[in-house]
Ligand binder design. Sequence first.
Ligand SMILES: [Fe+2]
Ligand SMILES: [Fe+2]
Length: 260
Amino acid sequence: MSVEVYLNKGIKEIITEYPEVEQILNEYEVGCGACEEGLCLLKDIVDIHNLDDDLETELMSRISKVIYPNKKVMFPKRKRKTQGRKEIKYSPPMKKMVDEHVLIKRWLALIPKVIDELDLETEEGIQLINNGIDFIRNYADKYHHAKEEDETFKYFDENLDIIKVIRNDHVKVRGHVKAMLQAIKSKDKIALAEHLSAYSEILPEHIKKEDEILYPWMDRSLTTKQIGQLYSKFNEIDEEYGEAPEKHRIFIEQLESRYN
Ligand SMILES: [Fe+2]
Ligand SMILES: [Fe+2]
């Protein structure tokens, strides 16, 4: 069978046939085995993860050795638009979303302290947690995820694994937020702490996937015209939200100075 056939095979199928391939992918930080979807084709994986040229050659030669242990067979080289992923250069709209992640990560860093000091009895304690939930719902979800889901994803096939994985994370996060609101209502500190902590465990990995894999891949896939359209749409969204993101930034800053 020609080696190209494997490029067009689903990775889970290849891993089932050649379990060693999963281990090899893990060594290159391409965690397909752990992926919930896993329907990507080998060629999509190579494209999405955009390893440096030499690393990719090495990875593909190791995979081909597993598939053809007795022959020297090489995968054809992929055409590249950009250099490897070492230094990621984002387009302006992707850069905007990466910058929004920075504020979200500052909030994530505060969550352990917020959990330690959870107080659902005093007005001040309730205010603090309400502001935190407001940040999660209105900044991280509505303002930021809207840019991802409603604007950026529409340029891509909804059935791609990478899009599904990201969307599933968003759905999970929304589930925890719903549970947090319920917990506040019933003054259930334990449940609130549990869901805050689950939220803070999903998001760092989620953001890393977006910053390092999803956004660079989208940048490579979109045309210059589409990137321009996206950027002007993002500017419209920013205008629509007005001072609201600034209010959230101030909340994070105040919380930081309170805890540090
Ligand atoms: Fe996201
Ligand atoms: Fe994001």
